[in-house]
Every structure is written in C-alpha cells, then in structure tokens.
Design a protein around this ligand. Structure first.
Ligand code: AKG
Length: 258
C-alpha cells in the first residue's frame, strides 16, 4: 500500500479502489447473478448455496449466493484481482485466507442493514495497518450518493463502542460511499458498517469477498469441489499461517514488484 493508502485506511477503516474490473466481466457476473438469484436453491450449480434463504431470516433480506467463485471464471478472476489482492495481502501481512465469495442482490424493497462490526483485531505494525477479518465489496453496478454502503469512520479502532446511531445520520458521524460499477470498497470488519435502502430501478449487485489473516473461518474450502478451482484459489482457501506467504501471494507480490 502507498503511504497515502496506509493513512487513509488507518484514518477511515476502509479504502476505495476505482475501476478495477473489466466491463465484460461486470456484464457476465450481472448475467449470472440474475440467473442464480432467480433459481431455486436446489437448482444452483453445486457447491453454490444461499444461506440467506435458510433459517428464519426476513423474506425481504438483501439475498446472497455463497461460493460463486466455484462456478465461473469471472468470479475466479475477481478473487485473484491484483488490485484487490495487493491491499488484502498488505492488510493480512502476507498471510491471506479467502473465507467467502458471496453475490448479493438488493431491491428497493430489501431491508436496511443496521450498523454492525466483528472483531477488535485492527492494528498498526511496522508503520502499516493490519486487520484480522477483511471484506472487499465489489460493486457490479453504479451506486449513487445516499444509498448503499455506510460506515462510522474510525470506529475500527474500537477505543470506544459507539452509541446507537442511525445508518441515515449524516456527515461527519456517518459516511456513505457512492461507487461506480467496477469499484471496490475494502474495509476491516472491525469497522461499524451497514447498508442503506436501495433507491434505483435496477438492482444493486455486489460481490463480497472476505479474508482472514490466520487459520480459516466458515465453510471453505469445500473439499468435494476443489477440482472446480484453479490451483491458486485452492491454495488461497487453505488456512493462513502468520509469517508464511503462500505461493499465490509470492506470485502476486513478484508481479507487482513489491
Ligand atoms: O450493503 C452493504 O454494502 C453492507 C454490507 C454489509 O454490511 C456486510 O457485508 O456485512
């Protein structure tokens, strides 16, 4: 990360990467999103599933499909996107484990997502920020001002727990992050964040790729379907060991001459 990016991330708890996905990949991912979101869970290509359709979740939740990177190479390219991985590798101090790739679709009727956060593992080491649980939200459509991702900037430091604050409060307490199709917001899950109600006639479509910096978390890797993944993503799903760089991490750093 550049000195500016380190400062920005430490100050805000998130960073925005602009225009990092080719338009043809955006089109294909939107096409698959609409196809899968309109399919019953049992018709999704294995091992795709939707944990938002199970249990006693609200019927108007912004639904997601999990494990999409198993089913199409556009999602695999997104997992290995060097612009995203450059920042994720830095924040995980070289020990990176992919723990989920989820494709979300929101409508005007979709529920708000109130402020929430996970973990208190944000810190600074050797002059650089690091985080234990990180989310990369890649927008596949334009997200105008006033809707979509919101956060309480600086709350990732967790020196104080925030009082009850509405996701509709304004600046300077609440920051809303508009985005263009192909932009990515990388944030630490330690940051209080949420989602405002969608306002547009087209659906909001976002891929959320999540990472941890030690061990693993959740249901990846899916052993029965490893053959569907390129070798580098198989390795990325293996538990992260602090201090050890995977071959995929070494390859990306080498190609970026870091
Ligand atoms: O809609 C958003 O951008 C917020 C997503 C969110 O809160 C999450 O992924 O935990």
């Amino acid at each position: 990360m550049t000195e500016y990016e380190k400062w920005f991330f430490d100050h805000h708890g998130f960073i925005i990467l602009r225009d990092i996905v080719p338009p043809e990949d955006l089109c294909r991912m939107i096409e698959l999103c609409n196809l899968w979101h309109e399919s019953p869970t049992e018709d999704l290509p294995a091992p795709l599933t939707s944990t938002s359709r199970s249990g006693n979740r609200s019927t108007t939740i912004a639904h997601w499909i999990n494990h999409v990177h198993y089913a199409d190479e556009t999602f695999q390219r997104l997992v290995l996107n060097p612009h995203i991985m450059r920042v994720i590798i830095a924040l995980t101090r070289g020990a990176t484990c992919l723990v989920d790739s989820a494709l979300t679709r929101n409508f005007k009727e979709s529920d708000d997502i109130e402020f929430h956060a996970a973990g208190k593992d944000y810190g600074i080491e050797n002059g650089a920020p690091h985080a234990g649980f990180i989310n990369a939200g890649i927008s596949l459509v334009d997200v105008p001002d006033g809707t979509g991702f919101v956060c309480l900037p600086g709350s990732h430091k967790r020196n104080f727990e925030p009082p009850k604050i509405s996701i509709y409060d304004g600046s300077p307490t609440v920051v809303n992050v508009p985005a263009r199709a192909g932009d990515c917001v990388i944030f630490t899950e330690a940051l209080y964040h949420g989602g405002r109600r969608w306002t547009e006639s087209y659906p909001r479509i976002t891929v959320f790729n999540r990472y941890v910096d030690h061990g693993k978390h959740g249901t990846l890797p899916i052993e029965s379907h490893q053959a569907m993944l390129p070798e580098e993503i198989r390795e990325l799903e293996q538990p992260a060991v602090p201090g050890q760089q995977k071959q995929v991490v070494k390859r990306i750093l080498h190609e970026m001459e870091i």
